[in-house]
Design a protein around this ligand. Structure first.
Ligand code: FAQ
Length: 337
């Protein structure tokens, strides 16, 4: 389960030989991209561009709604009313991000039902990070600080993505993500500066468990990134996986000093010559295991999403019945008029 790339384009759309007209359209498209133009939903685009976007945007949308689950696990156990209200608002925001993103993917001609079916049947991926468990309250702070921090680093360049509906969705999402990152950092600051020794240890333990998976969020090294070069060529990805990962490490190490936590990496150190932090090797076997469906919580996460979909069937049925009743009523009124 959950191992294949998403393949939503119907087979008959794959033409082995391009017509002269198609080649011309493609050349014009490439020129527009080179000139930094944005592409709108109704514009002509190569099938592979469309497919790449549906894959990335839908994976992103799935990540947002699966990402609600690890945090949802702590709503009933938040330590204060204030923290509970903040957590609820954050989780609702993530649901909203999923909806903007599904809407952006739908503009490319794939229905939401198809997209969700790909998630539920394990054909579509979602971010590896959400297959790890949230073991203590400190994990919630660390998700805000590191996971939302990594998400922002990756998503700010997407506000300049060549596909305009995705870029527009990302502007709004990034604004909200920055609040998410700050609330996580704030929760950790309180634990570190005003908490007990046990609470400080909880924070350090959470950082130890989430650090490496956060670095994996940026995807495989550039040399192994299947889509990286083409997506950069098309202006979908503006900064490569490795460059973003490095920017994240550099920014986060400074924040860790303010918090008073250390990263679980003995090789992490400033490299004057490079002007960046060096860091230890990432366990890519673990990454591919998790992406391949064998992380600590993959089964649980997918089962929770499928259950939510099944439990919501009556709401969808009721909404459709209401809509067709309204349409019938309107048609009758129009006939009578
Ligand atoms: N997990 O060729 P590349 C969030 C797959 S949102 C799983 O480099 P690409 C908010 C990749 O799909 C977090 N799979 O791929 C939040 C491909 O497989 P495929 C999500 C991964 O697309 C916070 C294969 O590996 N953000 O956190 C991962 O050029 C807190 C080869 O990789 C986005 O989705 C991974 N980490 O670059 C919510 C941002 N990395 O499809 C709740 C948009 C790679 O051929 C709580 N996406 N793969 O079967 C992107 O920027 C890109 O898609 C990358 C991957 C950078 C993730």
């Amino acid at each position: 389960m959950y191992t294949q790339a998403m393949d939503t384009a119907p087979k008959e759309e794959r033409k082995p030989i391009r017509s002269a007209e198609e080649a011309q359209l493609e050349a014009r498209f490439e020129t527009r991209i080179d000139e930094g133009d944005f592409v709108e939903a109704k514009d002509w685009m190569p099938e592979h561009y469309r497919k790449t976007l549906v894959r990335q945007i839908s994976q992103h949308a799935h990540s947002e709604i699966v990402g609600m689950l690890p945090e949802g696990n702590w709503v009933t156990r938040a330590p204060t009313l204030k923290r509970k209200a903040i957590l609820l608002a954050k989780i609702q925001d993530e649901g909203g991000h999923g909806l903007y993103l599904y809407a952006a993917a739908e503009t490319l001609g794939t229905s939401r039902d198809q997209l969700l079916d790909a998630l539920h049947t394990g054909k579509a991926k979602y971010s590896s990070i959400f297959n790890y468990p949230t073991l203590s309250w400190a994990d919630i702070g660390v998700i805000g600080w590191l996971v939302d921090g990594a998400a922002i680093m990756n998503q700010v360049p997407l506000t300049r993505c060549s596909y305009a509906p995705y870029a527009r969705a990302m502007v709004r999402i990034c604004r909200e993500e920055s609040f998410h990152q700050r609330q996580g950092f704030d929760a950790l600051m309180v634990m570190m500066k005003e908490g007990t020794e046990t609470q400080r240890e909880m924070v350090q333990d959470a950082v130890n468990r989430w650090w490496w998976p956060s670095l994996m969020m940026f995807g495989p090294p550039d040399g192994e990134s299947v889509h990286g070069a083409q997506s950069a060529r098309w202006g979908i990805k503006r900064i490569s996986n490795d460059e973003l990962r490095q920017k994240f490490v550099d920014a986060t190490v400074e924040q860790a000093k303010v918090l008073g936590v250390s990263m679980p990496d003995p090789l992490l150190k400033w490299n004057e010559a490079r002007g960046h932090h060096d860091f230890g090797p990432i366990d890519w076997d673990e990454f591919w295991r998790v992406v391949g469906g064998h992380g600590p919580c993959n089964r649980e996460r997918l089962a929770a999403r499928v259950k939510a979909w099944d439990d919501g069937a009556w709401v969808r049925d009721a909404a459709l019945a209401h809509a067709s009743k309204q349409a019938r009523k309107q048609a009758t009124q129009e006939q009578a008029a």
